[in-house]
Design a binder for this molecule. Structure first.
Ligand SMILES: Nc1ncnc2c1ncn2[C@@H]1O[C@H](COP(=O)(O)OP(=O)(O)OP(=O)(O)O)[C@@H](O)[C@H]1O
Ligand SMILES: [Mg+2]
Length: 330
């Protein structure tokens, strides 16, 4: 398989105030054609920075980034912009749509801007509409971007990221602003693009999103701490459930700031606040399944995690928010 993206000793340092902030430290990463890679890690660990650096939106401080055989540091800003336009697609959490353009016009903007474009406007619009049909949003093409739902707008972003048939799609928290069902729809589209051969790199906090990816990297404090190969997701609830559980166990082994903290902190919240928690709900939201779970299994997990993490309740709420894990007290 061909390598699409490679980094060698990638470092990124921000100097805003002293001391300088070494955000990415010596990242060696290789992504081959057809992979769907998720990057997970605590807030502030450097996921977005990594995405900006490997996609040429930001310059690296040291090291190399090679995209599709080209070393990006050697390209001028103009050449980099062209590379991004023609060979990369982007999906962000904040969707960066142009406010004065309709949904359809936003989607076809990368074509209008591309120097490679030889199509007529009509042909481009037809392609835009056909992508929108594929993603089930063809009825909102003429709408203002503030007259559609979050899920529709996110799907419009996917259309826009696809319109130039990119080699690779870069997604930063693509489902971060969405409810579960919109999030599933967006992920299913990304999966289907990936099955058609597009390579995907996706930064996410959500284990349910990462469980659909073929490989997961765990980044802490600007370095890759761990890597898990899951293979391509074939589809189906049972497989997804198994993958989520496997991933959550792996995340637990990674230690800092992952789902295990959520479980431990939820347990502390229950005890500290004296509220009862519907255990099955917690189990399904934290561990991905409720089908074969016994409440005591959860307690075994939580007790083990609490021993490992210590009883420090002060970050509980923040972690729950950061990890966006659904939970409710009843
Ligand atoms: N433009 C910038 N200038 C200075 N520091 C920055 C800049 N962008 C990010 N940082 C710092 O780099 C570190 C990593 O930030 P980054 O946004 O990559 O984290 P992240 O893993 O994407 O976090 P989150 O999960 O919250 O999105 C943080 O300490 C952040 O404050
Ligand atoms: Mg980020």
């Amino acid at each position: 398989m061909n390598t699409v993206l490679q980094t060698k000793g990638l470092c990124k340092t921000y100097i805003v105030n002293k001391p300088q902030n070494n955000v990415l430290k010596n990242i060696d990463l290789t992504i081959t054609e057809g992979e769907m890679v998720a990057v997970m890690g605590p807030s502030g660990s450097g996921k977005s920075t990594l995405l900006y650096c490997v996609s040429g939106m930001d310059r690296v401080t040291a090291g190399e980034v090679i995209f599709n055989g080209k070393e990006t540091a050697k390209l001028s800003d103009k050449e980099l912009a062209r590379l991004r336009l023609d060979e990369m697609g982007f999906i962000f959490q904040q969707m960066y749509m142009m406010k004065n353009l309709s949904v359809l016009d936003n989607i076809i903007l990368p074509v209008v801007k591309s120097k490679k474009n030889t199509e007529s406007r009509k042909q481009t619009e037809e392609r835009g509409r056909s992508l929108m049909r594929r993603l089930g949003i063809d009825d909102v093409g003429a709408n203002d971007i503030n007259k559609v739902s979050g899920g529709q707008l996110q799907r419009a972003c996917i259309c826009r990221s696809m319109i130039n048939s990119p080699k690779m799609i870069f997604a930063d928290e693509p489902t971060g602003a969405l409810n579960r069902s919109s999030s599933d729809e967006v992920m299913n589209e990304l999966l289907s693009l990936n099955r058609d051969g597009t390579t995907v790199l996706c930064m996410t906090h959500d284990p349910k999103v990462a469980a659909k990816c073929s490989r997961i990297l765990y980044i802490v404090d600007g370095g890759i701490m761990g890597e898990k190969k899951m293979g391509h997701f074939g589809g189906g609830d049972k497989e997804l459930c198994d993958r989520e559980r496997e991933l959550n166990n792996w995340l637990m082994e990674q230690g800092a700031g992952n789902t295990c903290n959520v479980a431990a902190d939820v347990a502390l919240l229950i005890e500290n606040q004296g509220k009862a928690l519907k255990k099955e709900y917690l189990f399904s939201s934290v561990w991905g399944s409720d089908s074969d779970s016994e409440p005591q299994t959860l307690h075994v997990h939580i007790n083990r995690l609490r021993q490992k993490l210590g009883d420090d309740p002060k970050n509980a709420k923040r972690l729950l928010t950061v990890w966006g894990v659904g939970y409710k007290f009843v």
